[in-house]
Design a protein around this ligand. Structure first.
Ligand code: MG
Length: 384
């Protein structure tokens, strides 16, 4: 039985993780739940799974819900609550699915206190890849990718040594504007950008898929996770989202992982690894699928990939700046304040005015993140 702490339980990955826990009652037990503000949902989940601890990071939401926490459940309120719950609750694994920088400190705390880390939040490796990998090594803990692409690569690499890998190839759906011209993208509406062709996800990640910033973030994540330089991380557009990623080996052989699009697949593998368990998930019907197609990404129309490569190669604080500027730009786009292509422009402007700090500590990472947000907001506001 694996005892799992789930951070970000009310989001789309969090709910899928709960589904996996329901399907694997003899293999997985959720013992702790963390949310920012979704107190009603976390109380329901706490009762359903009989957890030992609950953390609510938003101080006002925590204050309000305090009196409703059932007896016998340890409550961790406020910003430090997530980290304290991770430190003090006995568990084998912490699955982090909270957006933003809030997942950083609890992730490092998980590794420090001898727990494996299942990573769903991109920010953890994009912002602090070096620190997180170092902490995992020091404590001999595993980092298990939950993102479908990285989970696919992780599966393909099971029998391989690192020096046998020529490159890893992340698949990208290409989003709703895969075939749109640069001119057409200037007129993209919020509703059009929120319509993802294959995956149903939160708003931020759906826009990131449309701009391909999501794939850019995943390139940087893969670079850290698998210890490969950015030059060995490639992207191929695969509109059907059935092949979740591939690994090319030095002998020219390529392995791929395929499944229908359901996040329960990578979550279950991360939890049961190194074992595989039967699941009630739908199998792949290849004859019904018929055709799978692949095409090269167009970095001119989708500059996010080029910017990601730059950020990943520079390392230090630049990937965090890339991420933070994009977050502000996406918010501004969703508020109708900037055009769709302006998202790329804003990130490029903020990145080019940043002086990268190498080997940053957590404080420097957070400082660079805040600096980038201020710069990006100023651009939205029309100042610099
Ligand atoms: Mg993904």
């Amino acid at each position: 039985m694996k005892r799992v702490i789930l951070l970000g339980s009310s989001g789309s990955i969090g709910e899928s993780t709960c589904k996996v826990a329901r399907a694997l009652p003899d293999k997985m037990k959720i013992v702790g739940l963390g949310v920012a503000k979704s107190t009603d949902r976390v109380l329901e989940q706490a009762r359903e799974f009989g957890v030992e601890a609950v953390a609510v990071s938003d101080p006002r939401a925590a204050e309000k819900v305090k009196k409703d926490i059932p007896k016998g459940i340890k409550f961790y309120p406020g910003e430090e609550g997530l980290t304290r719950m991770v430190e003090e609750t006995e568990a084998e694994m912490v699955l982090v699915a909270i957006v933003g920088t809030a997942g950083l400190a609890p992730s490092l705390a998980a590794l420090r206190t001898g727990k494996d880390l299942a990573v769903a939040s991109k920010e953890i490796l994009v912002l602090a890849g070096s620190a997180v990998m170092r902490e995992a090594k020091k404590n001999q803990r595993k980092i298990l990718p939950v993102d479908s692409e990285h989970n696919a690569i992780f599966q393909c690499l099971q029998s391989a040594k690192n020096q046998e890998v020529r490159k890893i190839i992340l698949t990208a759906s290409g989003g709703p504007f895969r075939q749109s011209s640069a001119e057409e993208m200037k007129k993209v509406t919020i509703a059009q950008a929120l319509k993802h062709p294959t995956w149903s996800m939160g708003k931020k990640i759906t826009i990131d898929s449309a701009t391909m910033f999501n794939k850019g973030l995943e390139m940087i994540e893969a670079h850290w996770l698998f210890g490969l330089p950015m030059s060995q991380v490639e992207v191929v557009v695969h509109p059907q989202s059935i092949v979740h990623s591939l690994v090319e080996f030095v002998d020219g052989s390529v392995l791929a992982q395929l499944s229908v699009t359901d996040m329960c697949f990578p979550i279950q593998y991360a939890v049961t690894y190194p074992e595989r368990r039967p699941s009630g998930l739908p199998p792949l019907d290849l004859p019904k699928l018929g055709t799978l197609t692949f095409e090269a990404p167009d970095e001119k129309r989708f500059p996010a990939l080029r910017l990601a490569r730059e950020a990943g190669e520079a390392g230090g604080t630049l990937p965090g700046v890339f991420n933070a500027a994009n977050e502000v730009a996406v918010e501004a786009f969703l508020e109708g304040r900037i055009s769709f292509p302006r998202i790329w422009e804003m990130v490029e402007i903020v990145m080019s005015s940043h002086s990268t700090q190498k080997e940053p500590d957590l404080a420097a990472i957070v400082a660079a993140d805040q600096w980038a947000r201020i710069q990006a907001r100023a651009i939205v506001g029309g100042k610099p």
